[in-house]
Write a protein that binds this ligand. Structure first.
Ligand code: SF4
Ligand code: SF4
Length: 86
């Protein structure tokens, strides 16, 4: 499925509360297996990241301003998905 959007995740701001994981309508978010500099497992896009619509629900529910949301003018096959470097 071609992605309509993507998110950039500032992993060191995340406290792993999973609010965004619960509310993402496309179910494309999960907690990472590794820890951030604050000792939390931060959220990451999972293998279904191509289904992200850029709806921004994650950014609305996140209490810690972790997400930057992008919507593509046209659906793309390979979204530019990355996390902000530590
Ligand atoms: S923008 Fe929407 S579909 Fe994409 S990760 Fe956030 S809540 Fe999920
Ligand atoms: S809602 Fe924000 S702080 Fe909570 S897990 Fe998601 S990105 Fe991290």
């Amino acid at each position: 499925m071609a992605a309509k959007g993507t998110v950039v995740i500032d992993r060191n701001r995340c406290k792993g509360c999973e609010l965004c994981v619960y509310h993402c309508p496309q179910h494309v978010l999960k907690l990472d297996e590794t820890y951030n500099t604050r000792g939390y497992r931060p959220v990451i896009l999972d293998e279904r990241s191509g289904q992200c619509t850029g709806c921004a629900v994650c950014a609305v529910v996140c209490p810690d301003v972790v997400f930057t949301v992008y919507r593509f003018p046209q659906p793309v096959r390979t979204p530019a998905v990355r996390a902000v470097a530590n």
